[in-house]
Design a protein around this ligand. Structure first.
Ligand SMILES: [Cu+2]
Length: 141
């Protein structure tokens, strides 16, 4: 009797866990952030780096105007970086962000497109931070 009750409880907990995972999957953890163009023509945004995420993880900017990102790490120990690479070569950004530091960086995306943002740090032989979910995307319109 008791054993069957325990099994039923485990089954219930498992179904709750499964449900929450499924519910979280279809949408991104953060909605896309449309970065406004300031009066001086600069598109400014703040991105928080944690282990292992960027927030917001999906940012939308306009082509041909400078983007100024404030990268704030909220980790205690783990260093991260912020990489954007266009395989076609129109965009190449790479910035280290040490634990607990804030760094301001600027770049100007020349062409529209959607480019991956990721952290390629890894403690060998563990998976890279990107493999642990530390990635996002830059959408240039
Ligand atoms: Cu990282």
């Amino acid at each position: 009797m008791r054993w069957s009750h325990i099994l039923a409880t485990i089954g219930l907990l498992t179904s709750i866990a499964t449900t929450s995972v499924v519910a979280a999957e279809p949408s991104e953890s953060n909605p896309p952030a449309i970065i406004p163009v300031a009066a001086d023509g600069v598109q400014r945004a703040t991105i928080t780096l944690d282990s292992y995420s960027y927030a917001p993880s999906h940012i939308i900017v306009e082509a041909g105007k400078p983007v100024e990102l404030t990268l704030t790490s909220v980790t205690m120990m783990i260093p991260h970086n912020f990489i954007i690479k266009d395989p076609a070569g129109s965009l190449s950004v790479e910035q280290d962000v040490s634990a607990g530091k804030t760094i301001i960086m600027t770049f100007t995306p020349a062409h529209p497109g959607t480019f991956p943002i990721y952290c390629d740090k890894r403690l060998w032989p563990l998976p890279s931070h990107r493999d642990k979910g530390m990635e996002g995307k830059l959408e240039v319109r």
